[in-house]
Design a protein around this ligand. Structure first.
Ligand code: ATR
Length: 274
């Protein structure tokens, strides 16, 4: 029997924490197998993917800039991956490439883990940003039954496009006036790059938040962004972005290596110490 291999395909890929994450699980569960970073140029993607099963690969994660291309190349695509318009988890079975996207699952699982008792179907959510990460978040919120999703982005046309593609219950707000929606929001999500190390802060007026609101950030460098710090001071429950990365990896690991792994405090530490 071949030693099962999996990896993360990106360009660049050196920054990816996935090898540490999957490596920690392989070790924890005493499994034979390896998970490796694979730097692949866009022009080589299809050739590489088609060759991987013969080398012992059972699957792969896909990261920037290949998520859309991987979806297009796949032989089978899950409903969620199609809705998000991108793939992050591939499995090789019977000579075919199966594409899925586990970002929406990871996002929602992280939120549920961090806020026991929180009920997404009870109040509106406000999503800041309309890039690739926003798409997975919007799909997750729609699947969870959030009754109203308010979407705002500096470049309004990108938000309009997403709302058109994904439909109900998304409504677009102008970036300049999104603060009006803060008192009613039960959940606020930053999917922009603002607040990341080296970027300007988001500058959300947290004094307008309802203290019952849950606030989360896709950014996890730093782990506690200014947004999360200020929201916590306001009395809100906050969830950092690292958990989304950890939870999105669970379904892939289970498919490739046969054990559903746990997201624990020790795992968080191992990934942070990288
Ligand atoms: P990704 O696909 O990883 O989400 P992206 O497509 O570059 O990355 O999206 C980054 C998000 O951060 C976008 O919503 C972007 O807004 P624009 O669509 O207007 O570019 C947002 N963003 C980045 N810098 C910003 C800034 N200075 N002010 C407001 N929004 C910003």
């Amino acid at each position: 029997m071949k030693l099962p291999l999996a990896g993360v395909i990106g360009c660049p890929v050196g920054h990816s924490r996935s090898p540490i994450l999957h490596g920690a699980w392989l070790k924890q569960y005493g499994l034979r197998g390896h998970y490796v970073p694979l730097h692949v140029e866009a022009d080589d993607l299809e050739r590489v993917l088609r060759a991987m099963p013969a080398m012992g690969f059972v699957g792969a994660n896909v990261t920037i800039p290949h998520k859309e291309a991987a979806l297009a190349l796949a032989d089978e695509v899950s409903d969620t991956a199609r809705q998000i318009g991108a793939a992050n988890t591939l499995s090789f079975r019977d000579g075919r490439i199966h594409a899925d996207n586990t970002d929406a699952y990871g996002f929602m699982q992280n939120l549920r883990d961090g806020t026991p008792g929180w009920r997404p179907e009870t109040s509106p959510a406000l999503v800041l940003g309309a890039g690739g990460a926003a798409r997975a978040v919007l799909v997750a919120l729609t699947q969870a039954g959030v009754p109203e999703i308010l979407l705002t982005n500096r470049t309004r046309s990108r938000a309009d496009e997403l709302a058109r593609a994904l439909g109900d219950p998304i409504r677009v707000l102008d970036w300049e006036s999104y603060a009006q929606a803060l008192p009613q929001a039960g959940l606020v999500i930053n999917t922009t790059s603002l607040g990341m190390d080296g970027q300007p802060p988001l500058g959300l007026p947290t004094e307008a938040l309802n203290p019952d609101c849950v606030v989360t950030d896709i950014v996890y460098t730093p782990l506690e962004t200014q947004l999360l710090r200020d929201a916590k001071a306001r009395g809100c429950r906050v969830v950092d972005g690292l958990g989304m990365l950890l939870h999105q990896a669970v379904p892939g690991f289970e498919r490739w290596f046969g054990i559903r792994p746990e997201v624990t405090v020790d795992l968080r530490r191992a990934v942070l110490e990288q």
